[in-house]
Design a protein around this ligand. Structure first.
Ligand code: TMP
Length: 220
């Protein structure tokens, strides 16, 4: 059986990625793919409980990182790796790049410690000796836009959770964290200009998936 494809979606809060994730799932399903839609923090009963704590309780940056990586370990082992082994296309709303952007960039936490946690958690998540090294997304779409534009969109759409209450300077640092991560993995991470009308953003999404993962494109 052909391994499925793993696509993650990233960006600061208010970047508008959710509608595009749903639309991409629809498009792939209509063309015959089995699709799993999931998210982080979360994606398993255990990780969803950790998500609730993460979004509500005050804590320091290391505790944040440990909680998201604990949930990620469970999510990878019990949901993502088995789905990929079954040939499923996994669409994940946020993954490890968010930890580097939010805890690393936003909180200023030690990137070396995050890289060690990443290696521990993702090295053998689909069994010993993962042939490709770390289990990473095959493709990441990074929805990028200025922090002030994202803040205006959030204010119009919803009440803020613990992270969303941070100020513009925090989200500027998160954005830089994403930029740094994208520069280090240009083959995997595609920047989507999210400061555009919805249809223009969608066209970029379709193009990025066609170029980055032609084998997960609609089957004709
Ligand atoms: P969301 O699911 O509504 O995007 O909310 C998740 C929040 O958690 C969002 O503000 C980003 C943040 N987050 C981190 O700080 N670190 C992480 O590793 C992940 C996955 C999310």
């Amino acid at each position: 059986m052909t391994r499925g494809r793993f696509i993650s979606f990233e960006g600061i809060d208010g970047a508008g990625k959710s509608t595009h994730i749903d639309a991409l799932a629809d498009r792939l399903r209509r063309s015959g793919h089995t699709v799993l839609l999931t998210r982080e923090p979360g994606g398993t009963p255990l990780a969803e409980q950790l998500r609730g704590l993460f979004l509500q309780q005050p804590m320091d940056a290391l505790t944040e990182a440990l909680l998201v990586f604990a949930g990620r370990r469970d999510h990878l082992r019990t949901v993502i790796a088995p789905a990929l082994a079954q040939g499923t296309v996994v669409l994940c709303d946020r993954f490890t790049d968010a930890t580097f952007a939010y805890q690393g960039g936003g909180r200023g936490f030690d990137l070396g410690v995050l890289a060690r946690l990443e290696a521990w958690v993702q090295a053998d998540a689909d069994g010993p000796g993962h042939p490709g090294g770390l289990l990473q997304p095959d493709l990441t779409l990074w929805f990028d836009l200025p922090a002030a534009v994202a803040a205006a969109r959030r204010a119009a759409a919803r009440s803020a959770d613990r992270l969303e209450q941070e100020d513009l300077a925090f989200f500027d640092r998160v954005r830089s964290g994403y930029a740094q991560r994208a520069a280090a993995a240009p083959q995997r991470i595609v920047r989507i200009d999210a400061d555009q009308p919805r249809e223009a953003v969608w066209q970029q999404v379709v193009q990025a998936v066609a170029a980055g993962l032609p084998d997960s494109e609609p089957r004709r």
